[in-house]
Design a protein around this ligand. Structure first.
Ligand SMILES: [Zn+2]
Ligand SMILES: [Zn+2]
Ligand SMILES: [Zn+2]
Length: 350
């Protein structure tokens, strides 16, 4: 009941990075040691050293607030993906239901403390519901713990050439990396996903055009290669989806490789479809990966192996025989298109 009233809290809610690489880390525990920086209620504060040469860390927010947003009690990043709340929630399209006024937050946290299962069950922070959001999360997420984040802070005196402590100085004697804007973040804003420059930067980077969708130089290419064609996404669904960008010459689905060639009549239509696919492509509930087709091979065999061209206008069904996808049987064109890469890293984190 009184999970965050101080007693009975055996271990804090922490991400792998904040915990550090030592599985036997020793922690000090202080019941009602401080006020939670979000809801202002006192909570059990833990302190520990997350490895050699690192700085001491402590929990900053209470376990109730951490559970409400599925974040680490220390770094306030998402527990599963290591992402800022704003970046995660933007990718998943989650609207915050936690009140942002301090007084209301305290009441809200008190009311929800006893019914956390209900609350956390309502919001799906892993994005199972939305394939496009899930894709974006995977693109942004860290692949493993980032222990460098636990290092001592940069010495502000050293940066100004004023530190006299030399090797005795507990802070790092290095010039700071990156943007000073990033150090101006405010914990409460980060918790609520407001005005977070790190999140804004990540979202901007994640929404940039992946190289596989940059229009190829060869203007004769009017075909998109689509991977992940499974389940309810079939020839007709692809035809309906991509037909919205312009006239289609053919849609050839290879049910075996779960892929398809979508051949447009004009280059402009293919470019429009490729441009739209940058933000993710979901057809009949399937998250598809889209890439440009390769130029047709020249020579006597060109006729036989030109993708989809021999099969007339959209008459080829699910079982149409098509040539191997560009880059050979099932092989990924780019590392980012490797269908096993993302899944493998997600699995290893669990
Ligand atoms: Zn709190
Ligand atoms: Zn953390
Ligand atoms: Zn110093």
């Amino acid at each position: 009941m009184a999970a965050d009233a101080g007693d009975g809290v055996e271990f804090p809610i922490l991400c792998e990075t904040c915990l550090g690489d030592n599985p036997y880390v020793r922690m000090t525990r202080e019941a009602n040691g401080r006020e939670c920086k979000v809801c202002t209620r006192p909570f059990t504060v833990f302190r520990w050293l997350p490895g050699r040469g690192m700085r001491y860390k402590k929990t900053e927010i209470c376990p109730t607030c951490a559970k409400l947003k599925n974040v680490c009690q220390t770094c306030i990043l998402d527990l599963e993906h290591g992402l800022p709340v704003q970046a995660r929630d933007a990718a998943l399209g989650i609207e915050s239901s936690v009140p942002q006024q301090a007084g209301n937050r305290r009441d809200y946290a008190a009311r929800t403390a006893g019914s956390l299962e209900v609350v956390s069950g309502e919001t799906d922070f892993s994005g199972r519901a939305d394939p496009a959001g899930r894709e974006m999360l995977k693109r942004m997420a860290r692949k493993g713990p980032y222990y460098k984040r636990n290092r001592a802070h940069v010495c502000s005196f050293f940066v100004r050439g004023l530190c006299t402590r030399g090797s005795e100085c507990p802070y790092r004697h290095e010039m700071p990396e990156g943007d000073p804007e990033l150090s101006k973040q405010n914990l409460v804003d980060r918790y609520h996903g407001n005005n977070d420059p790190v999140a804004r930067r990540m979202l901007a980077r994640a929404s940039k055009r992946p190289s596989a969708l940059a229009p190829p130089e060869d203007k004769s290419i009017t075909t998109l290669f689509v991977m992940g064609v499974e389940g309810a996404a079939g020839q007709r669904e692809l035809h309906d989806h991509f037909g919205a960008y312009g006239e289609l010459k053919s849609v050839s689905v290879a049910s075996k490789g779960a892929c398809a060639f979508v051949n447009f009549t004009t280059r402009a239509a293919a470019e429009a479809a490729a441009h739209a696919a940058q933000a993710g492509c979901v057809v009949a509930g399937q998250a598809l990966r889209v890439a440009w087709g390769k130029p047709r091979p020249k020579g006597p065999s060109a006729e036989a192996s030109s993708a989809g061209a021999g099969s007339g206008s959209g008459t080829s069904g699910r079982t149409a025989r098509i040539p191997a996808p560009p880059g050979a049987a099932g092989a990924a064109l780019y590392p980012s298109q490797d269908p096993t890469a993302h899944g493998a890293s997600a699995g290893s984190r669990a």
